[in-house]
Design a protein around this ligand. Structure first.
Ligand code: TUI
Length: 311
């Protein structure tokens, strides 16, 4: 199945959630450029999210969605808001959205949970999910243990709904690889951070452009909440403390407000600079429309090229 048959979008490309970054304005820019833009709910309460939804509606007549971050303290009120607002597409992350699914389906939302395991994918489909985003640990932010290469085919084998691949996708060859694995679309985040329209501090963008292939690390494994971020002073200190067996309180002291510090203040030294492992591939700041068009065209060209050359 084509993702464009499930959601009327030009390119089969969904924007990743990206807490504190993906505002209504940013989501509208992604949707206007031909992808599926999403308003991220991480870091916002339901009142602020309602404002972002209103803004997005003013800025685009294309479909857009909201990503519900399930660790958000205001999660129940946000879930209800998404129902009331009849949000066209709802994606979720960092947890199990099972208890909200039937309510969202009542009013016709397309529900696409982001999962990092086969077990959660199966549960979500049993509860009525329309599609699944299978996200490998190459991605930025909160991550699971599996890689995209291993997770996507195993999720596809386990469920009978369309599967979208995420994690480690920022160019046409990687998008083509996702299709080779059987995915019907991709979710991308990190490559959109270096777009002209992305509302993060310029220091955040520059840190991404400077980062090399091994520029990220995963903090928080000891706390059961692994988060992929750029290596910086904070990340090194955090990993050292984790190694020494520091407790939750001590660790939280250095990460508290870290994402906001990076996004809004441009503090890329002690801030939490969430990014995926594709950061080493990024070398310029471009308009979203150009990023999406090239991703799509290059993936098509790559798939044409290999279909004639293999075996
Ligand atoms: O959710 C994401 N990525 C995110 S959320 C986020 S906001 C944040 N801020 C500070 C600290 C932590 C998070 C930044 N990036 N991706 C989707 C995703 N979901 N990855 C992994 C999972 C996941 C993990 C465990 C989903 C479910 C789960 O367990 C569910 C269960 O039932 O056990």
């Amino acid at each position: 199945m084509k993702l464009q048959d499930l959601i009327p979008i030009k390119y089969p490309i969904i924007q990743g959630g990206m807490a504190n970054i993906a505002t209504g304005e940013f989501a509208a820019a992604v949707s206007n450029a031909g992808g599926l833009g999403l308003i991220a709910s991480g870091g916002m309460d339901h009142i602020k999210i309602k404002e972002e939804i209103d803004k997005c509606r003013k800025l685009t007549d294309k479909p857009f969605g909201v990503n519900l971050m399930l660790m958000n303290p205001d999660v129940d009120a946000i879930a209800e808001l998404l129902y009331e607002e009849k949000i066209a597409v709802i994606t979720t992350g960092a947890g199990n959205p099972g208890k909200y699914l039937s309510r969202w389906k009542e009013q016709g939302s397309i529900v696409i949970p982001v999962v990092a395991s086969v077990a959660l994918a199966k549960k979500m489909v049993q509860l009525g999910a329309d599609a699944i985003i299978a996200e490998g640990g190459e991605s930025g932010g909160h991550v699971g243990d599996m890689t995209t290469m291993t997770l996507v085919p195993q999720v596809i084998a386990a469920v009978d709904v369309p599967v979208i691949a995420a994690g480690g996708i920022a160019n046409g060859n990687q998008m083509a690889a996702a299709y080779a694995l059987g995915a019907c679309g991709v979710q991308v985040g990190t490559c959109l951070l270096v777009s002209e329209e992305c509302p993060i501090h310029i220091n955040y963008k520059n840190a991404l452009l400077k980062a090399k292939d091994n520029g990220t690390t995963v903090t928080g494994r000891s706390q059961g909440a692994p988060v992929r971020i750029l290596k910086n002073q904070m990340a090194r200190q955090y990993l050292k403390l984790e190694k020494e067996g520091a407790d939750k309180m001590e660790l939280e002291k250095i990460t508290l407000g870290g994402l906001r510090r990076a996004v809004f203040d441009g503090d890329v030294t002690t801030g939490s600079v969430m990014a995926g492992q594709v950061c080493g591939q990024l070398d310029e700041i471009r308009p979203i429309a150009e990023i999406l068009e090239q991703l799509y065209n290059d993936a098509k060209a790559r798939l044409d090229e290999i279909s004639g050359s293999m075996l």
